[in-house]
Write a protein that binds this ligand. Structure first.
Ligand SMILES: Cc1ncc(COP(=O)(O)O)c(C=O)c1O
Length: 380
């Protein structure tokens, strides 16, 4: 029996066909017709005017932040409940991340606490370049409120939709919010280009600047002329072909992820002390990962116990993101906290959710969980 991952890549004949077409076209470079077509398809899917295909979501965050003016002496608001890339990109620019806690139900940036943080920082005279909102596990942040808050104080919003392609908020697609948004096509995401990302915006100048910075900031001259430091962050044409094939299958892949979530809902429906994370209002989620929250006092078991049983059967599971304010690398960073991210980190366990899982894989996971749940336990 092979190992079951949380979210393994889901590629098949169509992906192979598109990559071969790209290779045979001779465009084996970080530019070409597949890159152009992928950008057009992404912009279309995310209801944006422009998309710039890049080598990673982190690269997209980095360039977006530079364009928003992040740099030494500036502050960027970052949700503490996120993957390190969100905060790392702030540090690359020389700016300082200030962490803000999440709402307990969605795990996303708490708008009330964001307001408090902006007020406090303004009083202290902080120079805030941007607010980043993250769409955690494919569940969109509360853009209705966050957009208004950012607008009222005149601070640009950057949407980290790395995990959320295909999700929506009030009928608007993930990636369509903020001055700019970013996507990731890492190997574990809803669609993958093995590694890759994109910057989305409606601002033509913003898109052009990001494109320019991502190609070593070359001036339009015959020789190589540079007036700024640039980056080598473009996506290759072969990988864009992979992305195009994946994008064709996005809805079908989300349907499968949702089906696995429904399965977990059934299994845990009558289990006291366990709830499906983000289940409330998840109809527009892309179900990138399904996680459970465990109250060990009521359930009489801890997340790590189920994780150990799964691991022994070669099945991957993982705690939710360890909050940034708890990370040694960000020790001492300013943070506005209510304890919610800490609670979610302690209680959460993400379960295999990938669209490439076969029904037999899912059955293997279900059988093991059912057997774990039926094991009698003493009060701990
Ligand atoms: C919330 C979040 N932001 C940013 C990234 C970075 O994307 P990438 O791995 O493509 O650099 C990821 C995932 O990896 C992520 O989950």
């Amino acid at each position: 029996m092979s190992r079951i991952y949380l979210s393994a890549p889901d590629v098949g004949a169509r992906e192979e066909e598109m990559c071969i077409a790209a290779l045979r076209s001779g465009w084996v470079a970080p530019l070409g017709p597949m890159v152009d077509a992928f950008e057009e398809a992404l912009a279309d899917r995310c209801a944006r005017r422009f998309a710039v295909a890049l080598s990673s979501g982190t690269a997209a965050l980095h360039l977006a932040l530079l364009e928003l003016g992040a740099g030494p002496g500036k502050v960027v608001i970052v949700p503490t409940m996120t993957f390190a890339a969100t905060a790392n990109a702030v540090v690359y620019t020389g700016a300082t991340p200030v962490f803000v806690d999440c709402d307990l139900h969605s795990g996303n940036l708490d708008p009330d606490l964001l307001e408090d943080a902006l007020r406090s920082l303004a009083r202290e005279g902080a120079d805030i370049a941007a607010v980043i909102a993250v769409d955690l596990l494919g569940h969109c942040a509360d853009y209705g409120r966050i957009d208004d808050i950012c607008e009222s104080v005149g601070i640009p919003l950057l949407s980290d939709a790395a995990e959320a392609l295909g999700a929506a908020y009030a009928g608007r697609p993930a990636g369509s919010f903020g001055t700019a948004a970013i996507l990731s096509f890492n190997g574990n995401k809803v669609i993958s280009t093995s590694g890759g990302g994109a910057l989305l915006t409606d601002d033509e100048r913003f898109a052009e600047r990001v494109r320019y910075l991502s190609t070593q900031a070359k001036q339009p001259m015959v020789h190589y002329e540079h007036t700024e430091v640039g980056y080598n962050y473009r996506l290759s044409n072969v990988l864009a072909a992979l992305g195009l094939a994946q994008l064709e299958r996005l809805d079908e892949m989300i349907t499968r992820r949702r089906r696995w979530r429904e399965g977990y809902c059934e299994i845990f429906a009558d289990v006291e002390g366990v709830e499906i994370f983000q289940r409330d209002g998840d109809s527009e989620d892309n179900c990138w990962l399904t996680a459970i929250l465990i109250d060990p006092v009521i359930a009489r078991w801890k997340p790590a116990e189920l994780a150990a049983v799964l691991s022994a059967a070669d099945i991957e599971s993982r705690p939710l993101w360890k909050p940034m304010h708890q990370q040694p690398v960000f020790a001492g960073a300013r943070a506005f906290l209510r304890g919610n991210a800490d609670r979610l980190f302690a209680a959460g366990l993400a379960l295999p959710s990938g669209s490439s899982l076969a029904p037999t894989d899912v059955e293997r996971v279900h059988t093991l969980i059912r057997s774990f749940l039926s094991t009698p336990r003493n009060c701990r």
